[in-house]
Design a protein around this ligand. Structure first.
Ligand SMILES: C=C1C[C@]23C[C@@]1(O)CC[C@H]2[C@@]12CCC[C@@](C)(C(=O)O1)[C@H]2[C@@H]3C(=O)O
Ligand SMILES: O=C(O)CCC(=O)C(=O)O
Ligand SMILES: [Fe+2]
Length: 316
């Protein structure tokens, strides 16, 4: 199973947009290289993450109101063998919360904001290529949604501790992983698309359209792009969001991943792009809903649920 790799420096834009559409259709996950985000930007956020997760449990708990979580994923009883920081990508929020997360807040917020800028740039480039490859007239129909100042995009830094290295009596977050522990359960990402990068520890798996799990190989200097639920709707199911999970099999080194979830504003209407709908052969497969409606539905669901089902039109 070879995940497509797309070279963003390719000069032939028509060919590039074709490759992006094909990868979204066939896999829903692909790698991008020559993305223009410097190694320094990536290593700085990685260092800040490592420094934060190495703090004592009581220090990390102080960051709970600012996005720190341990094991609990969402609010409906889902758990994983990880710790994380999850926050909105809005620079004001990041600079305020940095004071409670780091001992050097300016350096911390600088590293986070620079990474967000880079990941958002990659997301916009991919979305412009998607729109072009799909023949949509409004050239910025999707990138403008995540460029919106009110965009609900998120950044998540995940840390999967190595196994057998921490004493669970001293640290309630110690996991004592054994091989093949579920680090992060099966799910699709709800947003438009996710730009992710992880260190050299394997663990991420995704499914093919036939439901066969395959491993996503580590490539710490490059990004993987994941099609989210909202893009499934915008493309009227020409693309489907990819289900993925993390299985922890490495017992010596922590796994870290950094996810940029590109989302529209709360009041944005999530509905197929006009060019994706051609009744009677290809009617809209979704009732229009706002991102706010979808967020409400998603927070009332479990991680692995198919959250789009209630929004589907049954055309038969
Ligand atoms: C169980 C949940 C966690 C989640 C919100 C949800 O109710 C369902 C979707 C989950 C997910 C998966 C991708 C990343 C994430 C941040 C997101 O937007 O949706 C998480 C949410 C979370 O961790 O809070
Ligand atoms: O850690 C990973 O590689 C994936 C995590 C993930 O899927 C998520 O945070 O939504
Ligand atoms: Fe995910």
């Amino acid at each position: 199973m070879e995940i497509p790799t797309i070279d963003l420096s390719m000069e032939n834009r028509t060919e590039l947009s074709k490759q992006v559409v094909k990868a979204c259709e066939e896999f829903g996950i692909f790698k991008v290289v020559n993305h223009n985000v410097s190694r320094e930007v990536i290593s700085r956020i990685e260092e800040e993450g490592t420094e934060f997760f190495a703090k004592s449990n009581s220090e990390k708990q102080q960051a709970k109101p600012f996005g720190y979580g341990c094991k609990n994923i969402g609010t409906n009883g889902d758990v994983g063998e990880l710790e994380y920081l999850l926050f909105p990508t809005n620079p004001q929020f990041i600079s305020e919360s940095s004071k409670s997360i780091s001992n050097h807040p300016n350096k911390f917020s600088g590293a986070i904001n620079n990474y967000i800028k880079g990941a958002k740039g990659v997301a916009c480039k991919i979305l412009d290529l998607v729109v072009e490859g799909l023949g949509v007239q409004d050239k910025f129909a999707l990138s403008k949604l995540i460029k919106d100042v009110e965009s609900d995009s998120l950044l998540r830094i995940n840390h999967y501790p190595p196994s057998m290295t921490t004493d669970s009596e001293m640290d309630p977050c110690a996991t004592g992983n054994t091989n093949n522990t579920i680090g992060f359960g099966e799910h699709s990402d709800p947003q438009i698309l996710t730009i992710m990068r992880f260190n050299d520890v394997a663990g991420l798996q995704a499914t093919t359209h036939d439901g066969i799990w395959f491993t996503v190989p580590p490539d710490p200097h490059n990004f993987y792009v994941i099609v989210g639920d909202a893009l499934q709707v915008f493309s009227n199911e020409r693309f489907t969001s990819v289900r993925h999970r993390v299985l922890i099999t490495d017992s010596l080194k922590a796994r870290t991943s950094i996810m940029y979830f590109g989302a529209p504003s709360l009041n944005c209407l999530i509905t197929p792009l006009p060019e994706m709908v051609k009744p009677p052969q290809n009617p809209s497969r979704y009732k229009p809903f706002t991102w706010e409606d979808y967020k409400k539905a998603m927070y009332s669901c479990r991680l692995g649920d198919s959250r789009l089902d209630p929004f589907k039109v049954h055309n038969d």
